[in-house]
Design a protein around this ligand. Structure first.
Ligand SMILES: C[S@@+](CC[C@H](N)C(=O)[O-])C[C@H]1O[C@@H](n2cnc3c(N)ncnc32)[C@H](O)[C@@H]1O
Length: 255
C-alpha cells in the first residue's frame, strides 16, 4: 500500500514537473525526427511504438484481461503480436492458477487487426508466427462501412473488449474510427489512440503526410469527447510514461 501511494505521488508530481516535461518533449521531438519508434521488435516482429507505450499496453491488458483486442493499423504486425502475447500469458497464468492443463488453441481470447494494406510478406510472417492462432486480420479501410460491420459482427459474443487506433492519423479518419469502434469498448476498459503527439510537434514536422498540427488524433479525441462523456482521458498513464506518443490518447470508458 505504501509503495502504491509513493508511485502515485511520483506520477502526480511528474505531471507538473516542468523540467522533466521539457526534457521529455525535447527527446520526443528529436526521436520522432530520427524515427526512433521504428527500431523495436516484439517477439521478432517489428513494432512501430515507443517502448514506454508498449509497457503501458502490457499494464492495461493485464489489468483488464480482455477477451478481444481490436487494433487498427497492422503494418509489420508487432503490435498484434504484443497484444496476442499478453492474451496468451493471461491464458497461461489462469491455467497455472487453476492447476489445469493448457490447450493454447482452445482459448477464445483474440486480437482482431485491420489494415487497408496488409503486405504479403507481413501477412506471411504474422501467419507463420507461433501466436498466429490468436490473431485475425481483415484487410480494408477501418472506416469503410462493410469493415465496420464485419468488426461489429466479430465482436458479438465477446464481453471484455479493448480497442487501439493506430492507422491513418488525420482528424477525420480518427474521429470516424472513434465513432465506429469506441462503442465496442467495455466499461472500465480503454480505447488507446496513438500519435496524439502530432499536435505537439512543430507545424512543418510532417510535410509529406496528410496530418499535422490541428489535424491529427488529438484533435479527433478532443472533438469526440465533447459528445461522449462515457470516456475520459487517463492522465496517470502519460504522466507515468513521460515519453509517449499517446498523451491524451489513453481513453478510459467510465460507464
Ligand atoms: C503506424 S502503422 C501501424 C503500426 C502498428 N500498430 C504497430 O504498432 O506496429 C499504420 C498502418 O495503418 C495502415 N492504414 C493506413 N490507412 C488505413 C485505413 N484507412 N484503414 C486501415 N489501416 C490503414 C497503414 O497501412 C499502416 O500499416
Amino acid at each position: 500500500m505504501i509503495f502504491e501511494k509513493e508511485v502515485l505521488a511520483r506520477i502526480e508530481n511528474n505531471g507538473t514537473n516542468r523540467r522533466l516535461r521539457e526534457a521529455a518533449s525535447r527527446f520526443t521531438l528529436e526521436s520522432i525526427e530520427t524515427r526512433y519508434s521504428y527500431n523495436f521488435r516484439w517477439l521478432a516482429r517489428p513494432i512501430i511504438q515507443y517502448p514506454q507505450d508498449m509497457v503501458a499496453m502490457q499494464e492495461l491488458i493485464w489489468q483488464f484481461k480482455p477477451d478481444l483486442i481490436i487494433e487498427t493499423g497492422i503494418a509489420h504486425g508487432g503490435s498484434l503480436i504484443l497484444s496476442a502475447s499478453m492474451l496468451a500469458l493471461i491464458d497461461y497464468c489462469e491455467a497455472a492458477e487453476a492447476g489445469t492443463a493448457l490447450d493454447p488453441k482452445a482459448s477464445r481470447r483474440r486480437v482482431l487487426g485491420l489494415d487497408i494494406d496488409i503486405r504479403a510478406h507481413n501477412r506471411t510472417a504474422i501467419e507463420e508466427h507461433p501466436l498466429a492462432h490468436k490473431i485475425e486480420m481483415i484487410q480494408g479501410s477501418s472506416i469503410a462501412s462493410e469493415i465496420i460491420a464485419q468488426v461489429h459482427e466479430y465482436a458479438k459474443g465477446y464481453k471484455c473488449i479493448l480497442v487501439c487506433l493506430d492507422s491513418n492519423h488525420t482528424h477525420e479518419h480518427v474521429l470516424a474510427e472513434l465513432e465506429a469502434y469506441a462503442p465496442l469498448v467495455s466499461p472500465d476498459s480503454y480505447c488507446v489512440v496513438f500519435d496524439t503527439v502530432i499536435e505537439d510537434m512543430p507545424e512543418d514536422m510532417f510535410p509529406d503526410r496528410p496530418w499535422g498540427k490541428g489535424n491529427n488524433p488529438k484533435t479527433a479525441v478532443l472533438e469526440y469527447l465533447k459528445t461522449h462523456p462515457e470516456f475520459e482521458i487517463d492522465q496517470t498513464i502519460p504522466n507515468k510514461l513521460m515519453l509517449t506518443v499517446a498523451r491524451d490518447g489513453y481513453l478510459k470508458r467510465i460507464r
